[in-house]
Design a protein around this ligand. Structure first.
Ligand SMILES: [Zn+2]
Length: 232
């Protein structure tokens, strides 16, 4: 994404906390989380990346997680939490960090809250990407990718000049299997079911900030900066 105005190097604000992003697939939280980490000069931590690093390096945690991941099962908290703890106690996390895809459950959130307190961080900020399901479905089901150059279009929001053909190279556009309506519906329902208790938990603690994810990417980022910069 294009860097937002506030992203200029003049502001090297201090974070000293964890920022947690919650949002459904397709709401753009991955992009925003990375951009925020870049803005503050802190690590962007995705549990998926952590798993892969441990597996590649063949650490004891990686060796334990590998067969579980290969069976397509959920890696248990005993392993996930140890990986997260090992990561966030490294020196590069001293100024704070941005979580993408963690925590996923209230139990993980409680554990994380305790750890952050012990480590002397300020209270975490939780950025919740709120978006109308109908709009999200439109965004996801409208997505088309060029078979030749991989360009991404959207039949509703970013149509090509010639239907079904890439503007750059005339390549044929295709819809990825994951973006089909019959797959999207259950994916979003599963997300809602899993995340609703977590959203309620953080809202109760007063840590949750809703961000309207239907807006343009740069507007969403400005709002994210406002929320994170204004947190106490
Ligand atoms: Zn193309």
């Amino acid at each position: 994404m294009a860097p937002a105005r506030q992203s200029s190097p003049r502001t090297k604000d201090q974070l000293h906390r964890a920022v947690i992003f919650l949002g459904p697939p397709g709401a753009g939280k991955g992009t925003q989380a990375k951009e925020l980490a870049r803005h503050y000069g802190v690590p962007h931590l995705s549990t998926g990346d952590l798993f892969r690093e441990h597996v590649v390096q063949g650490t004891p945690l990686g060796l334990a997680a590998k067969p579980i991941m290969e069976r397509g099962e959920l890696v248990p908290d005993s392993i996930v939490l140890k990986m997260v703890e090992t990561r966030i106690t490294q020196p590069d996390c001293a100024k704070g960090f941005v979580f993408d895809g963690f925590p996923r459950t209230v139990a993980q959130a409680q554990w994380l809250g305790e750890l952050l307190k012990q480590q002397g961080y300020k209270r975490p900020v939780v950025v919740h990407f709120a978006i109308e399901p109908a709009l999200l479905i439109r965004r996801l089901t409208g997505r088309r990718m060029c078979k030749v150059g991989g360009e991404i279009y959207n039949v509703f929001e970013r149509p090509t000049k010639v239907a079904g053909r890439c503007d750059n190279d005339g390549g044929e556009l295709e819809q990825r299997p994951d973006d089909r309506e019959e797959v999207i519906g259950p994916r979003l329902a599963a997300y809602e079911k899993q995340t609703a208790p977590l959203v309620a938990y953080y809202r109760r603690l007063g840590l949750l900030h809703d961000v309207d994810a239907a807006r343009a990417v740069t507007e969403v980022f400005e709002r994210v900066l406002e929320v994170v910069g204004g947190a106490r």
